[in-house]
Design a protein around this ligand. Structure first.
Ligand code: ADP
Ligand code: MG
Ligand code: ZN
Length: 613
């Protein structure tokens, strides 16, 4: 039979995509069929096309995607194919009416949720149905090795086994092709020597890469960098999806992006259907081109022009990663997929997986993500190998574009940078008055005796070699500020030195004393440059402004319970201090300050700046 004219007239497509024809012919010949095609490859057509050819037979589709059933039904109806769906969003009466339509032969396609299909009442009606085929969409849900296990799926085989006329074929559709999942699907659905149709997982237009941010702040910085093309007033650059593992993180990243002036939506299971629908609409019309989402978003909601998919946290498995990242570049134009890999996020996933009922495979699933992130092998070679396919290097991923050694170097630099940032974060502590006075008292009791590091270690209660050498562990000040990071005390001392509140004596071994007191050095050490005062340049105007702005930022972050960098990042404050804007407009023109920030903080910042004019 020539299928092409029908494809054109009924579905409006000019040709079959890879795997579609083969799978459709297999179903039409009555064979059990397992079609494994990547997300977006067009698996729905594989049941819709044969179903549309039937005169009085029903195609029953089990799908876990309640959110999509309505859309799919409407799209079938639009093509003149009588279809309906049946799930918990309808009331009892509506459900009964639809099921009776199905039995009467008024429908060609009926979509049901697995809960509905396996509920006690359903089977009685199911026995009466004149079936052409039983379709199991997202069939990997039967498998504990998949990323989306649904216990109900394991009962599906009973439907055919108990049907009085069990001659109809089972068609299983999935984008997950690992051997384990494949074997599970066939066995659990009771498939009889099925035709397996498998198409390539290689995506030539996608550029995969992994980044290794070591702090949350690092991630936020990088995210903002990557999203630069989506910033307000830029011309439409296609869509982007930022995937998070938890709702909490989704909320956090959403707020961050909103504050930085992005048109951004968020999507997770904790929101009401209405809000989710609105978000989806805003996203698909392009009004909101950036979406922050958990894995609740995605299945089937493909937009052709997703240019960037960022995984802000690792997903629960490599399949999940491939599916979610694979939503990029559906239009075959270049697109990027960036995975932020951080050990703490792997731990979060492990924890969430362990909480899921009787599920012990979590570590194994995550092992593959770890390997993917840590192996120096073409990303797409790795992904395809995971799905049982061998390909040549992609030539565009982060591994392909660098030699092994430069990759190592990059990694090294990255960790070093991350360490520095971490240190910077520790230095960012807000002292209260009594904490400050502990330091000052120490200085007044031991003028020009110790350097900043030893002072900090002593107050922070460290027991390092040099602390012990000077017997500072017996000093009453030892551990008086043990709640404060050592780095923060050092930073404070440096700040005071810069302000000349504290002076320095000695060059080779600089010792600190309070300004206004005399540098009478105690009998310690044998520094020849004793008594010599280092001349420090006075603090500049900009650094004073910056300090004020930082204080203000820190205060706000405490009030709002936000992370400091979410209020303002240091580089942004620095720019403000340099430019000294005098109007809200000028403030908004500063890089890193969006309209949302101006609205919230603008007037107060201008007030601070006025003090210095
Ligand atoms: P999957 O279930 O494999 O993720 P879908 O069935 O949802 O994919 O189809 C993805 C998109 O591809 C849909 O917009 C669909 O209309 C389109 N599509 C499917 N088959 C074809 C084809 N032969 N030619 C053009 N577009 C197609
Ligand atoms: Mg699908
Ligand atoms: Zn590659």
């Amino acid at each position: 039979m020539d299928l092409l004219p029908l494809l054109k007239s009924q579905f409006g497509f000019s040709g079959f995509r890879s795997g579609q024809r083969e799978a459709i012919e297999s179903v039409l010949s009555g064979k059990d069929t397992l079609a494994i095609l990547p997300t977006g490859a067009g698996k729905s057509l594989i049941y819709q096309f044969p179903a549309s050819l039937q005169k009085d037979k029903l195609t029953l589709v089990i799908s876990p995607l309640i959110a999509l059933m309505k859309d799919q039904t409407e799209s079938l109806l639009a093509k003149g194919i009588p279809a309906a769906f049946c799930n918990s969003t309808l009331d009892e009466l509506e459900q009964m009416k639809i099921l009776s339509d199905a039995v009467k032969g008024n429908l060609k396609v009926l979509l049901v949720s697995p809960e509905r299909a396996l509920s006690p009442g359903f089977f009685k009606i199911f026995k009466e149905m004149n079936l052409f085929a039983l379709v199991v969409d997202e069939a990997h849900c039967v498998s504990q090795w998949g990323h989306d296990f649904r216990p109900e799926y394991r009962q599906i085989h009973l439907l055919r086994e108990r049907h009085p006329r069990p001659q109809f074929p089972v068609l299983a559709l999935t984008a997950t092709a690992t051997m384990k999942v494949r074997i599970d699907v066939q066995a659990a659905l009771g498939m009889r020597s099925p035709n397996v149709i498998l198409s390539t997982f290689f995506r030539p237009n996608l550029k995969f890469s992994v980044e290794y941010p070591s702090t949350e702040r690092d991630k936020a910085d990088r995210l903002l960098e990557l999203l630069e093309p989506w910033k307000e007033n830029r011309k439409f650059a296609g869509r982007t999806i930022v995937y998070c593992a938890t709702r909490k993180k989704t909320d956090e990243v959403f707020e961050l992006l909103k504050d930085f002036g992005f048109s951004v939506g968020k999507y997770h299971a904790g929101r009401t259907d209405g809000i989710r629908e609105r978000t989806q609409n805003a996203y698909s019309t392009g009004k909101v081109p950036v979406l922050v989402a958990t894995n609740a978003f995605g299945m089937g909601m493909d937009q052709p022009d997703v240019r960037l998919v960022i995984h802000y946290q690792v997903p629960s498995s490599l399949e999940a990663y491939y599916q979610e990242a694979g939503r990029a570049g559906r239009d075959n134009e270049p697109a990027s997929c960036v995975l932020f890999y951080k050990n703490a996020d792997v731990a979060t996933q492990a924890f969430m997986l362990s909480k899921e009922t009787n599920f012990k495979g979590g570590d194994t699933l995550l092992k593959h993500i770890k390997e993917y992130a840590n192996k120096e092998e073409c990303r797409q070679v790795q992904l395809c190998a995971y799905f049982g396919e061998e390909i040549k290097s992609c030539g565009t991923c982060d591994i392909c574009l660098q030699s092994g050694s430069s990759a190592d170097r990059e990694k090294f630099i990255r960790t070093e940078e991350a360490k520095l940032r971490k240190k910077e974060e520790k230095r960012n502590y807000d002292f209260d008055e009594s904490e400050e006075s502990s330091i000052l008292q120490f200085l007044s009791q031991f003028p020009a005796t110790f350097g900043k590091n030893l002072i900090a270690k002593t107050l922070a209660g460290k027991l390092t070699k040099d602390v012990l050498r000077y017997r500072l562990e017996r000093n009453p000040f030892h551990g008086q500020l043990k709640q404060i990071p050592e780095e923060a005390i050092v930073a404070k001392l440096e700040f005071w030195v810069e302000n000349k509140k504290v002076l320095v004596s000695g060059n080779k071994y600089p010792k600190l004393y309070l300004s206004g007191s005399s540098p009478v050095k105690r009998k310690l050490g044998s520094d020849s440059s004793e008594g010599q005062t280092k001349v420090k340049k006075p603090p500049t105007l900009n650094s004073q402004i910056l300090r004020e702005l930082m204080n203000y930022r820190d205060r706000k972050s405490r009030q709002l319970k936000w992370k400091k960098f979410m209020v303002f990042q240091n580089p942004v404050l620095k720019r403000i201090a340099e430019r000294k804007p005098s109007t809200l407009g000028e403030l908004e023109a500063t890089k890193g300050v969006g309209p949302a920030k101006v609205e919230r903080f603008g007037n107060e910042i201008l007030e601070i700046l006025q003090k210095f004019q």
